[in-house]
Design a protein around this ligand. Structure first.
Ligand SMILES: [Zn+2]
Length: 615
């Protein structure tokens, strides 16, 4: 089962840590580092930092740290081997494990390869095949251009029983495993989707994992066939080893960048709605795939954006499980808003008729609770006392679902105002309803604790000159050749780190080595330093200042030893005093035109002292 160290190193080297982490978290470039909101603890200001060159991350909030492998381990709850395999797959590296290792992994790879082929096949068919003309016409009528069809890799499943199965010669195992087909009662292979426009579904990294198919609206010029059954408008791939509906968001692979840039994610109900948002200049829309928006979707989304806008048609938005939405808002520190689309219109139609109205609906989206209240109040008959009382009753029910009494109270004032009722009469009733909810939609299972296991706190504060010097050694390793030596570091942990780095190994290896030696503090400090951004570029003078500072602290420490030697009779008072005067003189010359010579002399002195001590 073992994977060789050289293959593990190869996997690390082949994995761009920024691209990897960006599949989960919005990262922004900040100087030479990348920063974002930590996926391991809830936070509103970014303290998660990534060093691309060294392949390391560190969170200044919860102090988790690691490399590509630890990141996928913790995000996907994998063991070490599984994480290495996953990254190897991603990078296209073949691992030489035992033959019996990872059959599930091999199967997944085969399914992904098959899905990729199928998507290409459907796509080619849509663009080129004469029988796809009605599909092309339909797409054009919905404002979907050829360019858009190419961008989203749309396809066409012909009106035949087995066109895909026979063309691509998939085995039964692959056909069933991907959900693309099955074997029928007469023992013949058959395609799952026929006469449908294909919307391929990709994972965030851009691998095809499933397909959705939409039937064409009936052609008024063609008679309905006798064998025509009532088919569902949309048909999606079933759950497979490579596709989980609960987790997948359609188009996240394309929308990621704009979601990160805008801090906003638009959630629609269908594939064509998503495409419409892209066409209307809002390429930050995603859709759930044949399932309701749920916990796992929120978990994914909150890593990318803090504002989630539901762009459903008014009725479906109103029916979203309110209690769950409020819980997810709190749990994941996101705000859920609802775009008020004109009644009876969906984003796809609106984008075509009036793209500006669609953009406005997103910009003016209102908090979920407000949206629900407005629906109740707009539908009420406010002309009679009975109508107003009934509206108040419904409004209070809606309000009572919200967990915060402060939030409830603010909206209650609006309700009282609008219904011309006394606030003091409504308040106790809402409080009572909130305490005894009629039906609660909050899922019963407790949420998993995502707190990382590697959380550690470094004990004693580190001397600053040493930290500065280590930071420089990491950032300017080439320019600094020989300016620092281990003897300059008076702090043991810092010297351990420096000695590790001096070996010229990748930082990840140094961290591993420190951990193996039980130098956990040193490993931790280095994990932090490697993602730590320099606040500016360092000039030669700046570097000299840091070297001098470190040298001063090392000399000060060594002076104590000289003093000790003198008191112990190892050095005569004359020699000791001469040494002290001499060293002080040189210290005063640092950072002057004679600094270079002084630096060299002090360095020689420290080296000679350390040799005489160890001998
Ligand atoms: Zn954190």
């Amino acid at each position: 089962m073992a994977i060789s160290d050289s293959e593990i190193a190869q996997v690390r080297a082949a994995t761009d840590i920024v691209a990897l982490i960006s599949e989960y978290v919005a990262l922004k470039k900040s100087g030479r580092r990348w920063t974002g909101l930590c996926p391991f603890h809830g936070e509103k200001t970014p303290s998660f930092s990534v060093n691309a060159e060294e392949g390391r991350y560190y969170c200044f909030g919860c102090r988790v740290s690691g490399d590509q492998i630890t990141f996928v381990r913790e995000m996907q709850h994998l063991d070490f081997i599984e994480a290495v395999r996953l990254l190897a797959d991603r990078a296209g590296i073949e691992l030489h494990e035992d033959a019996n290792a990872g059959p599930a992994r091999k199967e997944k790879q085969e399914l992904l390869a098959a899905m990729d082929k199928a998507v290409e096949w459907y796509h080619h068919r849509l663009l080129n095949s004469p029988d796809a003309r009605p599909a092309r016409d339909y797409l054009r009528s919905r404002g979907i251009s050829g360019e858009t069809a190419r961008q989203f890799k749309l396809g066409w499943a012909p009106d035949e029983w087995d066109a895909l199965s026979t063309s691509l010669k998939f085995s039964e195992k692959i056909l069933v495993g991907t959900g693309l087909g099955f074997v029928n009662k007469r023992d013949r292979r058959q395609d799952s989707l026929r006469a449908r426009i294909i919307f391929p579904i990709f994972d965030p990294a851009g691998k095809a994992i499933a397909v959705g198919g939409r039937i064409l609206p009936p052609d008024p010029n063609r008679p309905v066939r006798d064998d025509a059954r009532v088919e569902p408008k949309y048909k999606n791939s079933p759950e497979t080893p490579i596709y989980s509906k609960r987790r997948t968001l359609y188009a996240l692979n394309w929308a990621k960048n704009d979601i990160i840039k805008s801090g906003e994610i638009i959630v629609c109900e269908g594939y064509t709605d998503v495409i419409a948002f892209f066409a209307a200049g809002m390429p930050r829309a995603v859709a759930t795939c044949g399932t309701a928006l749920g916990e796992e979707h929120f978990r994914t989304m909150r890593n990318f954006a803090k504002r989630i806008v539901l762009a459903y048609d008014a009725d479906s938005a109103g029916q979203s499980a309110a209690a769950s939405v409020y819980q997810w808002e709190r749990q994941h520190e996101v705000d859920v808003a609802v775009a008020r689309l004109p009644k009876g219109s969906d984003p796809a139609e609106l984008a075509q008729k009036d793209p500006q109205a669609l953009r406005d609906a997103i910009a003016n989206a209102v908090p979920f609770l407000q949206f629900r209240l407005e629906r109740v109040l707009d539908a009420a008959n406010l002309a009679t006392a009975e109508g107003r009382a009934r509206a108040a009753e419904l409004a209070m029910q809606v309000l009572a679902e919200h967990p915060s009494d402060l939030v409830r109270d603010q909206y209650l004032m609006q309700v009282a105002d609008r219904l011309r009722l006394e606030l003091v009469a409504l308040r106790p009733r809402v409080a009572e309803m909130a305490r005894n909810p009629v039906k609660r939609e909050i899922p019963s299972e407790p949420f998993e604790d995502t707190a990382p296991a590697r959380r550690r706190i470094v004990g004693a504060p580190m001397p600053r000159p040493g930290l500065e010097a280590l930071r420089l050694s990491l950032h300017y390793s080439h320019e600094l050749e020989g300016r620092f030596i281990a003897e300059y570091f008076v702090n043991d942990t810092q010297r351990e780190i420096f000695e590790g780095l001096s070996k010229g190994l990748p930082v990840s290896d140094v961290i591993d080595a420190l951990e193996r030696q039980g130098e956990e503090d040193a490993a931790h400090v280095l994990s932090q330093l490697v993602v730590d951004e320099l606040d500016r570029d360092y000039t030669a003078e700046d570097v000299t200042a840091v070297v001098s500072q470190l040298l001063r602290s090392a000399v000060a420490e060594e002076m104590k030893n000289v003093d000790r030697d003198m008191r112990g009779g190892v050095l005569s008072p004359e020699v000791a005093m001469a040494t002290i005067t001499d060293v002080k003189e040189r210290i005063s010359l640092l950072e002057t035109p004679h600094g270079e010579v002084a630096e060299r002399d002090l360095r020689d002195w420290l080296l000679s002292r350390s040799h005489s001590e160890s001998s």
